[in-house]
Design a protein around this ligand. Sequence first.
Ligand code: HEC
Length: 133
Amino acid sequence: MKHNPLQLLLWVSIGSFLFLLTWCESDDSYSASYAHDIEPIFSTRCIPCHLSENGNSGNLNLSSYTSLMAGSSNNGPVVVPGDADNSLLYEAVSKPSEEQSILTTRMPQGGEPLSPVSIQLIEDWINEGAKDN
Ligand code: HEC
């Protein structure tokens, strides 16, 4: 069978279009990003207790993705990627003080709770794999 160059061009175009389509979709499947959503919450609401040069409450330093995921705070890893319900980070900000299993109080300690939108972002980010995205 002889291929018409125009026909070939058409198939190549359809192929690239489908590729772009799936590429865009997979990009959209994350509803929360560490850099855009999570880090700004930490740097506005968790200072000065967890972003200090001279010691951090509960030994948890929230100044970078690496330090958040280091797992070296008092109760070990605070994020279980893909499982917000078993992540101390999510529990700390979402449950009232009296329902905290390990901590003494809800975070931010002594401050207003995070907004429902921020709490949702933290939950989604953890459930989407807690990526450095
Ligand atoms: C006013 C100070 C203060 C602020 C602000 C604060 N924390 Fe804390 N945080 C603490 C203290 C103190 C502890 C240790 C409490 C304990 O062990 O009961 C702690 C412990 C934690 C832990 C548990 C670490 C571990 O392994 O035991 C997490 C998670 C946490 N904080 C998250 C946050 C987040 C997220 C924010 C911001 C939304 C925040 N905290 C804001 C003081 C603070």
